[in-house]
Design a protein around this ligand. Structure first.
Ligand code: GDD
Ligand code: MG
Length: 194
């Protein structure tokens, strides 16, 4: 039972400017048998979902490239990051979210996607759980040029590249987004494009 190890959980709202940041205080029972009070700042921006889009016949995948301010503030020279298509659930199911984001960000309308993993993005800090998918795209599923929502000032470059090129980038340490690394490795392990 959870109450046997954690009790007196109290939230203090620090910010709800866009998403919410809380200071969470709680009592925690250490393995030694001692109760200690702990505090963690917890950022809640809901859950997310992302997808590796692949075309077995062409041997290609689709990735995105976009400016990510937090990475620019931490060592990423121009702030641009190569990533899978992904987004926040925004009250949709994970499946509906990746289908929506695929159309908005890269311009393909998918009917079928396959869920492969569910994992916490940054368990010490964020509540966010990420839903990982793979999905096959074909040229005849293209409905627009992608790029993201203009109303949200998204400015996304669509990269359709040979899977081999993506693997070379992965091996050269040029992919700096964990979700993208996970899905490329999944594709390799499961020989998705062979
Ligand atoms: N004004 C404002 N807008 C914001 C803020 N944070 C996000 N937004 C808006 O919300 C949009 C979110 O776009 P999505 O495509 O839904 O999300 P994402 O940023 O791509 O998130 C995905 O990647 C994240 C980073 O790895 C993941 O954390 C997330 O789960 C998801 O997979 C952004 O384009 C931006 O317009 C903010 O602090 N202020
Ligand atoms: Mg996105």
């Amino acid at each position: 039972m959870i109450d046997e190890q954690v009790k007196n959980i109290e939230h203090t709202l620090l910010s709800d400017n866009y998403y919410t940041l809380n200071k969470v205080s709680f009592d925690y029972l250490m393995k030694s048998g001692e109760w200690v009070n702990q505090m963690r700042e917890v950022y809640d921006r809901g859950d997310g979902a992302g997808i590796l889009l692949y075309n077995k016949r062409k041997g290609t995948i689709i990735l995105t490239k976009q400016f990510r301010m937090p990475t620019y503030l931490n060592d990423n020279k121009d702030g641009f990051l190569v990533e899978i298509a992904a987004g926040m659930l925004d009250h949709d199911s994970p499946e509906a979210c990746v289908i929506r984001e695929t159309e908005e960000e890269v311009g393909y309308r998918l009917k079928e996607v396959k869920k492969i993993y569910e994992a916490y993005s940054s368990p010490g800090v964020m509540t966010e759980k990420m839903h990982f998918f793979i999905g096959e795209y074909r040229d005849d599923m293209k409905v627009n040029d992608g790029g993201g929502l203009e109303s949200e000032h998204e400015d996304i470059e669509v990269l359709e590249i040979p899977f081999k090129e993506a693997v070379n980038m992965l091996n050269a340490g040029e992919i700096h987004d964990t979700r993208t690394i996970v899905l490329l490795q999944y594709a390799l392990i499961h020989k998705l494009l062979e």
